[in-house]
Design a protein around this ligand. Sequence first.
Ligand code: GDP
Length: 446
Amino acid sequence: MNPDMQSTDTIAAIATPPGSGAISVVRMSGPQATAVLQSCTGKVTQARRATLAHVRDARGQVIDEVVVTYFAGPASYTGEDVVEFSCHGGMLVTRRVLERLLQCGARPAEPGEFTRRAFENGRMDLTRAEAVMDVINAGSDLALRAAQNQLHGAIFRKVEAAVDKLISVAAHVEAYIDFPEEDIAPDTTQELVDAVDAVCAELRALLATADEGRLLREGVRTAIIGAPNVGKSSLLNMLLGYERAIVSDTAGTTRDTIEESVSLGGLRLRLIDTAGLHDSADAIERAGMERSRRAGAEADLVLEVADATLPPARAELPQSTAQHILLLNKCDLPEHPAWQGVQALRISCRTGRGHQELADAITGLFLHGNGGELDTLAAINTRHRYALQQALDYLAAARTGLLSGVSPELMDIDLRAALDALGSISGRVDTEDILTRVFATFCLGK
Ligand code: GDP
């Protein structure tokens, strides 16, 4: 953030996306909010009561008839006085209202500045602030659920519980610094090691949600592969619910890779429809196949489609660490006897059979840790992951120190470093740098 920008300023921004709509909202926060409101509407409104008002220009001409809602600080989103103007939802009129607020003493808000103020005024910790953007960007039901849990403190509480336990370990160790003539008794050493181990186990469990976090935020990269004509495009269409890819009876018509997103079983799948994985002399098709091999190699999930009416001829699978599901398509027709006993999910893109089973199989594969307990679904982001890893490294050093009897001063350094790393997650021990990076990803008006 620009260091000249003071949180004593009153800030304003259009909080709704650009474009025309029924209404748009201009938001304002800061100590001058009610004064600016009075200058541009001539009104002093009661807190938390929607009030009709006219925003007027300097000559008294009406710019727009608006509904004003005033939230008196500290009981507001930012913790400061906040005024929200619901304007008619046109771009020009909304911009004019904002300009008028700026003329009357507000300054334009930076992206994320409202939420940053909420954080700085103690209205939310950093994990909750980040969750605000996760809620806005959620592309699937489960991503939304995880973001809402985070917004209500799921990650914050887990980290704080670890911090509390570590503080008591550090307090023990520091007691020995104060009484250097005493050695740490073997019983106490074991207790401290156990406490550190317990914290490490909790942190590792949280760290293990990082992959789920990425899948929830970015979606599961899904490659559909299989020989020509087995029904790959039909599968894509079934999942999408409309005709997106070209389905045809001629082998090899799906030449290009097409990427689409679909919400399945609460997860977002980023589907990559691929050219058939078969040998072809046709150069364009070969280029398409090369791309699909690459897509398969980069995927989190490979859906291998086979034709149930033909004998098995397994496609050459790309080298990857992806999860894999074999789908036996066209099961509305008689199954070829050679498939008997083969473990596969039997589906029909024509009738929709197997759609739900596929959704269940995918959620089972990717949300095994959390799928059953949606209320505690937590999905840490890259910043949390880094801090957790750092904390674990310092705790490993502290543990070794405890067991080998190094001086309490040295152990204390490691414990404090671990606490600092954990503190940076909730923003308790923060640096300007972390804050600037976190809030720079926000949209204007948030
Ligand atoms: P792709 O080349 O693997 O993408 O295969 P397509 O999706 O283009 O399908 C090839 C042919 O199989 C088309 O004629 C589809 O109508 C047909 N097809 C796809 N799925 C099914 C299915 O579940 N049942 C039946 N009977 N035909 C299917």
